[in-house]
Design a protein around this ligand. Structure first.
Ligand code: BGC
Length: 795
């Protein structure tokens, strides 16, 4: 938990008002900058102290063996883990020969700001060296959203009250030493010195290092250029070694004088390009970045963010913490996906090495739905990445004796990285998640080229998987047995309702796509006979239901299991998977994360209001939220079922997951799905937004703490703004042709420049469901709640 960190609650910034080394690693994740291609954790410029140094290039990994006590057919033999590439952030400083190190001397003040509109991290601090020389450091850092390979730092040192001899060492550091990992199995295993040097170069203000990973054979090139401004004489010397390139800048500053170093860092990697080609690539990127310099990069960054916020901003009146958190979350979702360009969007983005840098279903089910309405081109790119990994997914399906494609549960480059079968590879639902994202994207954008060139193939191959994974029983009913749904406290279950409903949607979407694109389908070998078999399976899909309890079963037989002994489980025994054997979790009614409840959101048309209310009331007391992917989904359904206070508390949990380090692992990287889930909780929860085929529906209702909620979204070439108060909702079409949406079931025709107001009906009152003891979300309704304008201090 960020127990000591002081974060001001401001609408457009995350401002840390003092530095606390105990929570340095957490703050490095919060202040991470990325564009989806390059990721820099918020490490201090001087490199030390650090919690977890992190510089990543999306797609750069190293291979390591996956040892098994007992081998089994189809187990992945090797794993892949994200590694630190050459660190270009480092700017060490010496003041009268003493290193600027915050652990020594006196730190007079230290402030860091993540500016969500300018897309930069700023740091201002004043430090008094052990010998009494006072300096001020002002550093601004960015990872460019417009120049994909570029990150940059503007670093300024000022002498405060006496003459100071300062030396700045701007470095590129490869194979940086990493602290040992804490033993949490979810954190990345440490791979020391994964880079083999190939080239080092230093000339003038230019530095370059090229390395190759030992086992995965990826070539990584990082180069830097500098613009130095200081009083005469300011001198520079450069040097390079296999793992280090350095520009040393020396100057003598009178009080009030400054030395400014602008550092531009270019990154590139390739599995195929030669050493000269990679060197040339990063050099060229530096020339492009240098042209126009820092000012142009900063202007482009601001313009890019202005465009994003014009389509994506969410305004919340009545809770400043949630206001800040939703923008913080959207900013990180943007950073994770903006320039990933046919690479994965990992569960932690590029903010840390948690989960070994792997991507899961989190991407398609949590992140892409948000991007589809805010930055749709990023969704197309992420799905094209999935398409590019089809060869590995087909191979995996064949290995498992299945048809079509079996996409991996966790991966960096497309191959299965899960060493664990029950809660890993058996989670076939990831495939339906990919299909869901394809349908959501095409229906949200109307991008037919994408459907034909990418969507169709993904739909066909995943439909084939479902058809071969399931079977018709003697009565013709279609079952998908022995799979793991989203709830990882049930495994190898028969007919997981979420999986079956999602597979049904997948099969039907594939059949429709084949009809729409017969020529392309033929090339994939898909004909009307095959698509008819998908329809048959979809129509005969078994959806387990307990008629006595009148609730849907999470999977066949789930409701007859023994209930978990919640009363006998202590607060410190959560998360359960770290304190109880899996076999016992598997055979009891206990739910790690929204599963059936998620189905009610993603397959909303399959459930009427009465079932939504009853199912929610049934699963709430069983759901322990041992995954950060749960709260946002529970928020959406709680809101729909009329439990607005509960929905509000869940929204806050999703929103503050990292700002308050609620799962105690923010140090390893941010929970990108939960951050995206904040948008989901607000827009789909309180806004009641659902996509119904080619149209949008809203059923807004605000919790009592919100006086207003406004959001923008993109839909089929239009930009919409929805503004909700407790009494009414106003719909405005900001750009694009007329559109008819629905408000609480009634059609509303929207024309440009003519906002339409509709009254918000009161919610149906139902008794609030219970959660397991110790697992209620923190309530935001009690006394002592922080209010507007306060400084955030961890709970
Ligand atoms: C959750 C998965 C999720 C993964 C990565 C696990 O704890 O149970 O659903 O995909 O974390 O976020």
């Amino acid at each position: 938990m960020i127990v000591h960190g002081a974060y001001a609650v401001e609408p457009w910034r995350v401002r840390e008002t003092e530095l606390n080394l105990d929570v340095l690693a957490q703050s490095e994740s919060l202040f991470a900058l990325s564009n989806g291609h390059v990721g820099w954790r918020g490490n201090l410029d001087e490199g030390e102290p650090h919690g977890l140094p992190g510089s990543y290039l999306n797609g750069v990994y190293e291979v390591h063996p996956l040892p098994y006590a007992e081998a089994g057919y189809g187990y992945p033999e090797s794993g892949r883990t994200v590694i630190n590439i050459t660190n270009g952030k480092v700017l060490r400083l010496l003041v009268d020969d003493e290193p600027f190190d915050l652990r020594y001397g006196r730190l007079v003040s230290h402030e860091r700001v993540l500016d969500l509109r300018r897309g930069v991290m700023e740091r201002v601090c004043e430090w008094c060296s052990p010998a009494g020389t006072r300096i001020r450091v002002r550093a601004t850092r960015m990872v460019s959203l417009t120049q994909r390979s570029i990150a940059a730092v503007a670093y300024e040192v000022e002498a405060v009250d006496r003459r100071a001899r300062v030396v700045v060492q701007s470095e590129l550091v490869a194979n940086e030493q990493l602290p040992p990992s804490g033993g949490d199995p979810r954190a990345a295993s440490v791979l020391q010195s994964p880079l083999r040097p190939e080239q080092d170069f230093a000339h003038g203000h230019r530095l370059r290092l090229v390395h190759r990973t030992r086992h995965s054979g990826l070539r990584v090139a990082v180069a830097a250029d500098h613009v130095v401004t200081g009083p005469e004489p300011t001198t520079t010397v450069c040097e390079s070694h296999p793992d280090l390139a350095r520009l040393t800048i020396g100057s003598v500053l009178e009080p009030g004088q400054k030395l400014r170093v602008e550092k531009f860092v270019a990154h590139g990697w390739s599995s195929t390009r030669s050493l000269p080609a990679m060197s040339a690539q990063v050099d060229a990127a530096l020339v492009a970045a240098g042209d126009g310099g820092w000012a142009r990069l900063a202007d482009e960054q601001r313009a890019c963010l202005d465009d994003f916020w014009a389509c994506a901003d969410v305004e919340v009146d009545g809770d400043e913490e949630i206001q800040q958190a939703v923008r913080f979350g959207l900013f990180h979702v943007l950073q994770a996906g903006a320039r990933a360009e046919q690479r994965a969007i990992p569960a932690k983005g590029l903010t840390g090495s948690g989960y070994d840098g792997h991507a899961f279903w989190d991407t398609e089910m949590f992140v892409l739905p948000v991007l589809a309405h805010t930055l749709p081109e990023a969704v197309a790119e992420a799905l094209r990445w999935r398409q590019s990994t089809l060869p590995a997914a087909r191979e995996r399906a064949a290995q498992l004796g299945l048809r079509g494609a079996a996409f991996p549960w966790r991966t960096i480059e497309g191959r299965e990285g899960s060493a664990y079968w029950p809660a890993g590879t058996a989670a076939f639902h990831v495939n339906a998640g990919i299909a869901h994202a394809v349908v959501h994207y095409t229906e949200t954008t109307g991008d037919e080229d994408f459907e034909r060139d990418t969507g169709l193939e993904l739909l066909v191959e995943t439909a084939r998987l479902w058809r071969s994974l399931g079977h018709h029983d003697h009565r013709g009913v279609f079952h998908i047995d022995g799979v793991t749904g989203p709830d990882e406290y049930s495994a190898l279950a028969d007919d997981n309702t979420y999986t079956n409903l999602m597979a049904r949607a997948n099969l039907l979407a594939a059949a429709r796509a084949v009809e729409r694109h017969p020529k392309e389908a033929e090339r994939l070998g898909a004909d009307s006979e095959e698509s008819a078999s998908w329809r048959d399976a979809a129509e005969a899909m078994h959806i387990p239901y307990n008629a006595e309890l009148r609730v849907h079963e999470q999977h066949a037989g789930f409701t007859r299991y023994q209930r978990w002994d919640f009363a006998g489980t202590r607060a410190d025994q959560y998360p359960l998977m770290l304190h109880f054997p899996y076999f016992d979790l598997y055979r009891k009614q206990v739910v790690k994360q929204a599963d059936l409840v998620l189905a009610m959101y993603t397959c909303s048309a399959e459930f009427d209001d009465a079932h939504i209310a009853r199912n929610f009331a049934y699963y709430e007391p069983l759901t322990v939220r041992d995954s950060s992917l749960s709260a946002c989904v529970q928020a959406v359904i709680a809101a729909q079922a009329g439990h607005l206070r509960l929905a509000y508390d869940y929204t806050a949990e999703a929103a503050l997951m990292d700002l308050e380090d609620l799962e105690h692992n923010t140090r390893d990287g941010l929970h990108i799905a939960s951050l995206a889930g904040t948008w989901m909780a607000l827009v789909a929860g309180f806004g009641g937004a659902r996509r119904a085929g080619g149209t949008l529906e809203f059923a807004p209702r605000l919790p009592e703490k919100f006086s207003r909620l406004a959001f923008r979204l993109l839909f089929r070439g239009r930009r919409l703004r929805v503004e909700i108060t407790r009494q009414s909702a106003a719909y405005a079409l900001l750009d694009g042709p007329p559109l008819t949406i629905r408000h609480h079931g009634t059609p509303v025709a929207l024309r440009p420049d003519t906002p339409v107001d509709r009254p918000v009906p009161p919610p149906v009152h139902r008794p609030a469901p219970e959660q397991p003891p110790h697992r209620k979300p923190n309530t935001r309704f009690g006394p002592g709640k922080r209010t507007a304008g306060v400084t955030r201090r961890g709970r």
